[in-house]
Ligand binder design. Structure first.
Ligand SMILES: Nc1ncnc2c1ncn2[C@@H]1O[C@H](COP(=O)(O)OP(=O)(O)O)[C@@H](O)[C@H]1O
Ligand SMILES: Cc1ncc(COP(=O)(O)O)c(N)n1
Length: 497
């Protein structure tokens, strides 16, 4: 008696799908690709190994097929314990393996069986013994969907490989009629601008067009597609719906494959291309690197150099401080907005304290440095430009976008402050020592690090579109920071608006 007979069947939150296939230690094809494909479609993946394959993006080096008794033990270990909603069969290797899998299918009768009749890898290496072809033909009659490429279709029918798409579709019809399986005919091996596939059964042909992606990242495409279809089918009404969805996903995965930088031959596809924020670098580090040019531009500004060595004329410094005070009064409102939108009490407190601190600094600047009627003018164009950007994000953006927009003011000042402090050395007698000490202070660096952490956390909660808006808001703020440091050489006296 199996344990499954003792335990009542529970409703499953995810489709439980099993891959029976060979391995690829570089993760592009075989069970490794299948498991990624299952996960990419929200299914719970399992795998039984038919053959161990030493391969990479250049080709197959060696194949080891374990004894079929061990294969049977793996298969039974799964089916004795787990309800299998769908099975995907890939590389079988030998006739004995194909027959063992067929016998297991007869014993367990999985409700969805997808057979990828793997014979030759993209690299040209054989993955199926010639004397196993007949056993695979028999297996086709036990499958619900079979997914041959053009050469495999020819072998399954005992006919030459089709050279045109209409010929291939006719062959697929013959296979569907003779086997009773639905055929997913794959057109990846055709020449031309398209890479069409077709779902063919005894009475209907549904063609699915797709553009051919100009790439060498096609290792494991057949594995990934058949696995995706197997994962989807239990929760889709028919084969055409499941295949259409899987193919759209695969075309995107092929297009994103090269960016993975895996291997120097025919590389794998990116199974997770549709979830670009999954595994992405933390927002703060990513945005910081993308702003490298803007940050570098800051270092060469006469204002920054003059601040560091103390040669900046005092009127210019005061003009800057006056604009800074006007800026801080508005920046404080945007930090208060971040506090208002914050997802938890810790974040709410951090932004509220930041908001209050801005107002304190602004008051302090006026009292200490800008006493007298001279510095009462309005905000200039550079200041209003920055403030308008921040207030715009605060008005229409989500918490994550507001946090991204305010972040550069923390991190760029902490960075510049620390570097000016290092360059200035001893601040005794330095005309701008108080300013340098404020932003070079480790406490300010700590606040910048905490603001970055909160931006990282916010970015983890959002989708790709919002993350892109976060990045845009951040980089716009960085550009405004550069302009702000540069304003002293642009206009003197400051132009009021
Ligand atoms: N360059 C490409 N651009 C877009 N789709 C492709 C490309 N190459 C293959 N495909 C698609 O990948 C899937 C696998 O196709 P194919 O290469 O024919 O099978 P196999 O990987 O089994 O040899 C099919 O859906 C096919 O249309
Ligand atoms: C274990 C295993 N199974 C299948 C393939 C075919 O892969 P491709 O889709 O590149 O032809 C492979 N290379 N390795």
């Amino acid at each position: 008696m199996t344990t499954s007979a003792l335990v009542p069947e529970r409703a499953a939150s995810r489709v439980r799908v099993l891959s029976i296939a060979g391995t690829d230690p570089t993760g592009g094809a075989g069970i490794h690709a299948d498991l990624k494909s299952f996960a990419a479609h929200g299914a719970y993946g399992m795998a039984v190994v038919t053959a161990l394959v030493a391969q990479n993006s250049h080709g197959v080096r060696a194949v080891h097929v374990p004894d079929v008794a061990f294969l049977r033990a793996q298969l039974d270990a799964v089916s004795d314990d787990v309800t299998v909603d769908a099975v995907k069969i890939g590389m079988l290797g030998t006739r004995a393996v194909a027959d063992e899998v067929a016998a297991w299918l007869v014993r367990t009768k999985p409700p969805v069986i997808v057979l990828d009749p793997v014979m030759v890898a993209t690299s040209g290496d054989r993955l199926l013994d010639t004397d196993a072809e007949e056993a695979v033909r028999r297996l086709v009659t036990r499958a619900h969907l079979v997914t041959p490429n053009l050469p495999e279709l020819g072998v399954l029918l005992g006919e030459p490989r089709a050279t045109t798409w209409p010929d291939a579709v006719r062959q697929a019809r013959r296979l569907a009629r003779s086997s009773g399986a639905t055929v997913l005919l794959k057109g990846g091996h055709l020449d031309g601008d398209g890479s069409p596939d077709a779902v063919v059964d005894a009475s209907t042909v549904t063609e699915l067009d797709a553009l051919r992606v100009a790439t060498t990242s096609t290792h494991g495409t057949g594995c990934s597609l058949s696995a995706a279809v197997a994962a989807l089918r239990p929760r889709r009404p028919d084969w055409v719906t499941a295949v259409r969805e899987a193919k759209r996903w695969l075309t995107g995965a092929i297009a994103a494959g090269e960016a993975l930088a895996v291997g120097s031959g025919r590389g794998p596809v990116d199974h997770l291309h549709h979830a670009p924020t999954l595994g992405a670098r933390p927002f703060g580090a990513d945005a910081w690197e993308r702003a490298a040019d803007l940050r570098a531009a800051c270092d060469d500004l006469p204002f920054v150099r003059g601040l560091a060595d103390g040669t900046l004329p005092i009127e210019r410094f005061e003009a800057y401080l006056h604009q800074d005070a006007l800026y801080l009064a508005q920046y404080s409102r945007v930090l208060a907005r971040a506090s208002q939108l914050a997802p938890d009490a810790d974040a709410q407190v951090f932004w509220a304290q930041g908001s209050a601190r801005c107002l304190e600094v602004e008051r302090h600047l006026h009292e200490e440095r800008l006493a007298g009627a001279r510095w009462t003018g309005p905000a200039d164009r550079t200041t209003t430009g920055y403030v308008d950007h921040l207030l715009g994000v605060a008005l229409t953006g989500s918490y994550a976008e507001v946090v991204a927009a305010v972040l550069p003011c923390y991190v760029m000042y902490a960075d510049i402050g620390a570097r000016i402090l290092a360059r200035a050395g001893d601040l005794t007698g330095h005309p701008y020592g108080d300013w340098v000490a404020t932003y070079g202070d480790p406490a300010f660096a700590q606040a910048a690090a905490r603001a970055t952490e909160l931006a990282d956390a916010a970015a983890r909660e959002v989708g790709a579109a919002t993350r892109a808006r976060m990045l845009a808001a951040y980089l716009t703020s960085c550009a405004h920071e550069v302009a702000f440091f540069d304003q002293v050489r642009v206009a003197e006296p400051v132009v009021a608006v």
